[in-house]
Design a protein around this ligand. Sequence first.
Ligand code: NAD
Length: 270
Amino acid sequence: MRTAGCGYSARPMNGGRLAGKVALITGAANGLGRVAAELFAAEGAQVVIGDVIDASAAVDAIRVAGGVAASVPLDVSDDASVAAAVAHTVATFGGLHVLYNNAGISPADDDGPVNTSDATWDAVLDINVTGVARCCRHGIPAMLESGGGSIINVASFVAHVGAATPQIAYTSSKGAVLAMTREIATIYARQGIRVNALCPGPVLTPLLAKFLSDDDKRQRRLVHIPMGRFGEPIEIAKAALFLASDDSSFMTGQSLLIDGGITAAYTTPD
Ligand code: NAD
């Protein structure tokens, strides 16, 4: 399992596709967010990593590679914490242009509709949905002050297709992220803020790896992926880079699926 290290070690000669931009990435001490933070920094962004866990290793890795990064304690389930993280980002680097709402949870007791408790529903929706809304609540005014930018909300392929492996609160939360993305995109389309959802397929970060603890479980999951493999964190980060950068300048309110063909398929090749 590889969740850290995007393989990019130096700034591009032209300053990079995110040169001059300040990016706040939530949940980036680990997993997909960390690899995106490294790629964004390698492409010239000044990156702030917000997480409930210590992010110093992620920040150090970016600095060693020649990038610019800082960290801030952030709990997206706490409105005051989100406000403080956005304020810290602006105070540290002078603005906010890219808000990458990546933090999310997938608890083991999230099950089918009959067996999932209110407590689990509330915990998942509070972080995966209201957490995104809180970050937009505080991030959008800072982005408007900065002249606009790009918001990337992380959903999932399960927002598009149902799975017999139940995780009903998680799946519902990611569907809500898609709906929220379309509406915020529409509201701010004429004010220079683009908002898109990024929908990864399965990637063996800690979030997913805990459910696929043995080879048999992993093989059963792979049967449903036309490409026959899990995604790599860098493959998700490159899509996030496209959404963050001006390369996607006429794209807003969309859902970008990076899923090895899962949502295109009815059956998979032998
Ligand atoms: P991960 O568990 O490896 O990392 C998630 C990070 O979010 C961790 O660093 C964690 O500390 C942080 N976090 C958790 N709660 C937080 C909170 N309240 N405030 C701030 N940070 C918090 O997960 P990942 O696989 O890297 O997932 C990142 C995003 O991608 C999530 O939104 C997830 O739902 C989504 N996603 C992942 C996959 C996959 O296969 N890994 C597939 C589709 C979507």
